[in-house]
Design a protein around this ligand. Structure first.
Ligand code: FAD
Length: 270
């Protein structure tokens, strides 16, 4: 398979750097083709502004969505963004690796998403009408491909458990899993998470890397998270409300948008 690994840690000699090296070595051993986007090493520009859109007129009010739509349709985005889009189209699997900073991804990685996931590429795809609300949430440009997060946290595993004070890790990662990855079509694999990372000892590192190698070997076969498809019949259109009778298990919030009984999305992009 073709795999794109996006790395968002400022220090290659960090724990994250060591985990990345283990993952890449395992992927190479499995015969996969791997490309890496090391955002800090590349000096990635993290903010969206007018400079991202060569066609945007200096005289007009800058509207990021419209500029993104125009720029993508015309192939007139900056070279760094076009290069990342080409890598995404090449990759069967996308891995995003980062330390949890303030309960989400570091700004440099969010800025990669903001700039690379353009209108017409990752959103604004498909028919938008009163019958159909675009190709998204399981459909879209990346349908048939897989994505996975590699995350380290300073907090301990129980702090991120269902009753832990930080909130469940599945809930904290939901905006990334569901809103950034499932939205443009990726089937999202369960995340690889190392908790209590700041105090990791040699034994913990050995345990984590054994699990990581296994996760790399299972990229093609691990069942994805069972998110509901927008256009699969579970939601009303155009309100996009979960239909009455679905998700009535007492669980609320993000959990409503998963259906453990749903068939997995097909791996069919090629
Ligand atoms: P490093 O500091 O590089 O390493 C951590 C430890 O791993 C080392 O001390 C060492 O014991 C071990 N280690 C490193 N390399 C190896 C190796 N090769 N072999 C064996 N052991 C090794 N945490 C949260 O839980 N929630 C938050 O919201 C949050 N917000 C944060 C915000 C900011 C701005 C920052 C800076 C940190 C935050 N943290 C938070 C903590 C952060 O998630 C952790 O510090 C980070 O995940 C640790 O990863 P690292 O790669 O930076 O570790």
């Amino acid at each position: 398979m073709n795999i794109l690994h996006v790395f968002a840690h400022p220090e290659p000699r960090s724990l994250n750097g060591a985990l990345r090296d283990v993952a890449l070595a395992e992927l190479a051993a499995q015969g996969h083709a791997v490309r890496v986007s090391d955002l800090h090493a590349a000096g990635w520009k993290a903010v969206v502004d007018r400079a991202d859109f060569p066609l945007a007129s200096e005289d007009e009010r800058f509207r990021p969505v419209g500029a993104s739509r125009q720029g993508f349709a015309a192939g007139a985005l900056t070279a760094d963004v076009l290069a990342e889009q080409e890598k995404l189209l090449w990759a069967d699997v996308l891995i995003l690796q980062f330390p949890l900073w303030w309960f989400t991804m570091p700004a440099i990685l969010k800025g990669w998403v903001d700039r690379v996931f353009a209108y017409g590429f990752a959103y604004g795809v498909g028919e938008h009408s009163d019958r159909r609300w675009g190709d998204r949430y399981g459909e879209g440009t990346f349908a048939g491909r897989r994505a996975m997060l590699m995350v380290t946290t300073g907090g301990w595993a129980p702090h991120y458990s269902p009753r832990g004070i930080n909130g469940p890790i599945d809930d904290l990662l939901f905006p990334i899993h569901h809103g950034i990855l499932w939205y443009p079509g990726y089937a999202v694999l369960p995340p690889f998470v190392v908790h209590d990372a700041d105090r990791l000892d040699a034994e913990g590192f050995a345990r984590a890397t054994a699990e990581l190698r296994a996760r790399m070997r299972g990229l093609a076969t691990t069942p994805p998270l069972p998110f509901r498809r927008q256009n699969g019949g579970d939601y009303t259109i155009p309100d996009l409300q979960l239909r009455p009778g679905l998700g009535d298990t007492g669980a609320g919030g993000f959990a409503l948008h998963s259906d453990a009984g749903a068939p997995p999305p097909p791996d069919t992009h090629k």
